[in-house]
Design a protein around this ligand. Sequence first.
Ligand code: CP
Ligand code: NVA
Length: 309
Amino acid sequence: MAGKRDFVSMRDVRDDLVGLLELAGSIKNRTKAGEPYEPLRGRSLAMIFEKSSTRTRVSFEVGMTQLGGHALFLNPNDLQLGRGETIADTARVLSRYVDGIMYRAFKHENVRELARNASVPVINGLDDREHPCQTVSDLFTIQERKTPLDGLKLAYVGDGNNVCNSLLLGSATVGMDMTAACPAGYEPDPELLREARQIAKDRGATIEVAHDPHSAVRGADVIYTDVWVSMGQEREKEEREKIFRPYQVNTKLLDHAKPDAVVMHCLPAHRGLEITDEVMDGPRSIVFDQAENRLHAQKAILARFLAGV
Ligand code: CP
Ligand code: NVA
């Protein structure tokens, strides 16, 4: 619909990602200083979760409250959506009540369908293809530790999944080099990869896909990993856990990175699989700061998309 702006993909913030990160910083500073900031006073956000969530659910809900608004948690099984009401009709109806809709979906196409039919902004809270709120927050976290982003190198180790896809677009957009080390057959989405490479070229950055995790982390400033079995892939668990074993982020792997490299994970983590306790609880891990920043970064996303801040 005309006149509203959705955040369905990292593509949607290509032109103002730097500004969005700045906004996240100023919102975080205000929050830490105890200064009220309520651009969403009286506004409501509907949140539809087809999959489980800890961070996304709580940070969006708390974020809306802190911005002066209100969030509603909606389980599709309790909505008429679960009984066959269409996504399009759900979008039309919710748009009559709320000022924005956050949707965590199994299928990317369903997020697009909701966005096409809603007259209020739709925010992607993760789907099978992307996790854009995570990437905005992650870039903000990296920027807090290492600036400028432009010229840094991020090594993603593991599954070329939704988190990896959004990170590719985000890294390219800010001019950060990124190498994704994934097993053969588990590489990122080819279309998004092509697009990320194109964006990176314009920014003088490089986007690589490799199979060897040790050479991928060489010279990296940031090592990033995520689960080997994403939500919806539970049936592939046994096979994936075998294939991904050489991609574990452990101290041996970190020996190949820069001594001051930080370790990130979007969480939830499966300790002992994609990341060891030693690394996750070690001095280079910034995973809990990373989790906290979901709140600050999403407040910036909400302020921008729902109120045009
Ligand atoms: N990282 C993340 O999105 O976590 P949740 O699944 O807990 O929301
Ligand atoms: N790739 C993971 C991310 C969870 C936040 C999943 O989709 O399950």
